[in-house]
Design a protein around this ligand. Sequence first.
Ligand code: ATP
Ligand code: MG
Length: 581
Amino acid sequence: MEYPKIIKLPLEQYAIKPNLQDYFKMVKEFSGDKVSLELDWFDSEHINIAHVAIDSHLKTDRRDKKALIWESKKGEGEEYTFQDLSRLSNKFANVLVKDLGVRKGDRVFFFLERVPEIYIGILGTLKAGGVIGPLFSAFGPDAVRDRMADSEAKVLITSPSLKKKINEVIPELPALEHIILVRRGEGKVDLKDLFYDEVMAEASESFDIVKTHKEDYAIMHYTSGTTGKPKGAVHVHGAVVGHYATAKYVLDLQEKDIYWCTADPGWVTGTSYGMFGPWSNGVTQVVYEGGFSAKHWYSFLERKKVTIWYTAPTAIRMLMKAGNELPQQHGFDSLRHMYSVGEPLNPEAVVWGKEIFGKAFHDNWWQTETGAIMIANYPIQDIKPGSMGRPFPGIQAGIVDDNFNELPPGKEGNLALRPGWPSMFRTYWKKEELYQSRFKNGWYITGDRARRDEEGYYWFVGRTDDVINTAGHLVGPFEVESVLIEHPAVAEAGVIGKPDSIAMEVVKAFVSLKDGYAPSEELRHDIQKFVMKRLSSAAAPREIEFIPTLPKTRSGKIMRRLLKAKELGLPLGDTSTMEED
Ligand code: ATP
Ligand code: MG
């Protein structure tokens, strides 16, 4: 199938001025300073993320507006207004400061399910001047220990059942002083620990938010661990300027929107765009406690009348895999925009989205390190399926060669950014040298490879470590994977370079099939022929191996390094963020 080179969008439905001329004007006029004036600073140097996200709205009509509409796995609901979140997070801040002696800069970690207490706790910690560290609730004990030991967290908020999972590693965390347990109808608990409901019941509702400096540390997120050991990227309170501006101009969040971000708070998307971006814009968020389920997701989108939806390529591919009949039983009239981040979004998925929802997915690119969206397909621009879009106003991106000199349009190279935006990470926790090594010749080197076209759109090629060198050609795995999943039998594909004595490397593809297809020699040849026809013979996979599912990180990214290690019989390295079968 030939993809349209460009998808024209019906621009009337967008809130921001709908044409490219205006977009470029906006790029020129935009400066971090101008947007940041819209936020409620304490003074020109001091700002607090939780204050901006929640308490700043109390002076407005949004005071009684719903900030969080939560649905549990069992289908029960809870709702919190901005005022509710303010009050509860004040209480939590009092618990931390008055009861537990938490000081500015202390690390407070969260190992919790996606329950309202994680939102309240994170906001309360920020108000208290603490540094939050959210951990994905599906982590095993080693993953939790590594991150908590590295960060020397002083307080842990968890639940009785999750605590049971990590009991064995708690003695290995000497810096950990207090554990607060959130019990939601759970049974046995350790009497040594504090109970969230009990400490909160006694805490005062008024709290003087700590007047943090814009450069004070606020957030620690460990990277996904797709390419190696997860690193703790540290962000500051001033980052909220970036969360706010990108949520406003990329996600196009408006007063009446109902916004759903499917990312878990354990990953940066779940905080930057599952808390701070939308709430600093005063928008109502819906949260579903459970994980992925095609049936439930479609129904949730419809029932909650979601208008803006931010999700990820794996989820989209899983929806595609579940077939087109299911979504046809639902209506998605409320949807204004859909967005995707975390991995390359195959053109196939963009086109599928248009067919099912009548809207195209807007892909955007950023990293834990960048803290906020850097390159995006904006609502006001036509989409080129397969492209990540253009840099955010105020962000200067470039493609540089291996000596870190800028390359012209059309050339493939290292994706780099000029440092200096507000949500940029300030260090890797206790790995300052590694942090410094990411800056070359005035650029922040992202570790991804890409190219830019004449119109300034960026095209993802692959992670630097994943790019394949075969017979003198550089082949990006994304291109090959995208063609593979166009084949009717293919659900997902991961492509690696396999060492070869003649070609240096050859392209090898791991493929999982859609329901209703079984591996066979015939199918293998058919897929090979299919790819060969669309790509150069160098890029067509020499080998195809069928596997039931691809190894992924908990945040849903295909772990090519694991496919490669298995292929070569090498040690698997850090697998703490890997999904279990
Ligand atoms: P680690 O750094 O530990 O290996 P990670 O890079 O997967 O893990 P994240 O910060 O969660 O950790 O992910 C950022 C990376 O995800 C980007 O550098 C890029 O490789 C990939 N990515 C994110 N969004 C996109 C996108 N829209 N298109 C292509 N790749 C993307
Ligand atoms: Mg990375």
